[in-house]
Ligand binder design. Structure first.
Ligand code: PHE
Length: 343
C-alpha cells in the first residue's frame, strides 16, 4: 500500500520540478497534472484501495497536490499573458472599463474674476490682455510715471536681470497703453490678469496677485459715466446700494478716486470688514490723464475716458467670506473643493 503514497509523493516532487517556459508548455503541464485524464485525477481514483485508517492522510496529500499544481499553473498563466500583451505593443486592454476621473473645480479667484468679466461684458466691455513680463515703457512711462518719478515707489517692482528695461508688470494698467496704441476709440475693455509686486507683507504672503483693469475712451466721456458704471458694478457684484468716491492720486488719472461700497454695520461681519465705518474700499479709478492719451497716440482734445483697476483676491474674500487671504494660495483641495459648485 505504501507504494501509492510513494507514487503521489513522486508526482508532487515532479510538479515542483516542472518549469513550463511558455504558454504551450504550460498547457501541456495543465493537461498532464490537472486534466480530466491527468495524473492527479488518476491518483484520486486510487482512494478506493487505500485502507480506511489512511484515507484521511491520502486525502490531504491529494489536496496538496491539486493546490500546488493549480497555484503554479495560475501564476505562470498570468506571467505569460502579461508578456504576450506587452509583446503585442500595448498593455492597454481597450475593453476594460475606464478609470473614473475626479472632476475639478474653479479656483475662487477665477470664479470672482469671471463674475467681474460677466458684469462688464453686459455693459459692452470686451476682454483684452497683455504680457506679464512687460517693458518699462508700457508699465510706467506711458502711464505717466517716468523714471525717477516718486510714484514708482508706490509699486515695488521685480526687474528682469538679464533683460534691461523688462519687468514683471506691477498692475494691469499697461494693457491700457497696449490697447490705446493699437485701436481707435471708442474703446471699451476690461483686462483681467496676474500682477507682481516685491512686497513682503508676511513671510508667507505672495508676490503675485490678480487685478482687473477697465478702460473706456470715446468722445465726451465724463466723470458721471465713470460713477454710473461703477455703481452698476457695485450693485451687481456685491448688492451694494451705494458707492462713495474719495479723492486720491494716480499718475495716470486726473482727477483720481478710490471707490468704496456701502455694506453698513448691521452685522458683526460687516462691522469688522469696514472697521466700523460701513464703507469698504474696492478699487482705484479716475479720468484718463490727457498726457496718457497723447503718449498712446490718441487725440486728447477730441477724446476723453475713464479707467479703473481692482484687486481680485480681496473681493473673493468678501464674496465667499474667507477669513485669511493665504488660503487662496495654499491650494489645499479640502479648501478649494468648497467652491466646486461655483462657476
Ligand atoms: N493701477 C492702479 C493700481 O494698481 C489702479 C488704477 C487703475 C487706478 C486705473 C486708476 C485707474 O493701484
Amino acid at each position: 500500500m505504501s507504494d501509492i503514497f510513494e507514487k503521489a509523493e513522486q508526482v508532487l516532487a515532479d510538479i515542483h520540478a516542472q518549469a513550463p517556459a511558455n504558454a504551450a508548455e504550460l498547457e501541456a503541464f495543465r493537461i498532464q497534472y490537472l486534466g480530466t485524464k491527468g495524473l492527479i485525477k488518476g491518483l484520486m481514483e486510487e482512494m478506493r484501495s487505500v485502507p480506511n485508517e489512511r484515507k484521511r492522510d491520502y486525502g490531504q496529500l491529494m489536496n496538496r497536490l491539486k493546490q500546488e499544481a493549480e497555484t503554479k499553473h495560475d501564476s505562470l498563466k498570468e506571467v505569460f499573458e502579461a508578456q504576450a500583451q506587452s509583446a503585442a505593443g500595448s498593455a492597454i486592454d481597450l475593453s476594460a472599463p475606464g478609470e473614473p476621473m475626479p472632476l475639478g473645480s474653479r479656483h475662487p479667484v477665477a470664479v470672482t474674476m469671471n463674475r467681474i468679466i460677466e458684469i462688464f461684458t453686459r455693459m459692452g466691455f470686451s476682454v483684452a490682455d497683455g504680457p506679464e513680463i512687460e517693458d518699462d515703457w508700457h508699465n510706467f512711462t506711458a502711464m505717466n510715471t517716468p523714471e525717477d518719478h516718486p510714484a514708482r515707489d508706490m509699486q515695488d517692482t521685480f526687474y528682469v536681470v538679464d533683460a534691461p528695461g523688462m519687468l514683471l508688470r506691477t498692475h494691469t494698467s499697461p494693457v491700457q497703453a497696449r490697447v490705446m496704441k493699437n485701436r481707435k476709440p471708442p474703446i471699451r475693455i476690461i483686462a483681467p490678469g496676474r500682477v507682481y509686486r516685491n512686497e513682503t507683507i508676511s513671510t508667507r504672503s505672495h508676490a503675485q496677485f490678480h487685478q482687473v483693469e477697465g478702460l473706456y475712451i470715446d468722445e465726451g466721456v465724463s466723470f458721471a459715466d465713470l460713477k454710473q458704471t461703477l455703481l452698476f458694478f457695485a450693485q451687481e457684484m456685491f448688492g451694494a446700494p451705494k458707492i462713495r468716491l474719495r479723492p486720491s492720486f494716480f499718475p495716470f488719472t486726473e482727477p483720481s478716486a478710490e471707490m468704496d461700497i456701502w455694506l453698513g454695520t448691521d452685522t458683526e461681519k460687516n462691522y469688522r470688514l469696514t472697521k466700523g465705518t460701513g464703507w469698504l474700499e474696492i478699487l482705484g479709478c479716475g479720468m484718463v490723464d490727457p498726457q496718457v492719451l497723447e503718449n498712446c497716440g490718441i487725440d486728447s482734445k477730441k477724446y476723453s475716458g475713464f479707467a479703473f483697476g481692482m484687486g481680485i483676491e480681496r473681493q473673493a474674500l468678501r464674496l465667499y467670506e474667507i477669513g485669511d487671504i493665504r488660503l487662496l494660495f495654499e491650494n489645499d483641495v479640502r479648501f478649494l473643493r468648497q467652491f466646486a459648485s461655483a462657476m
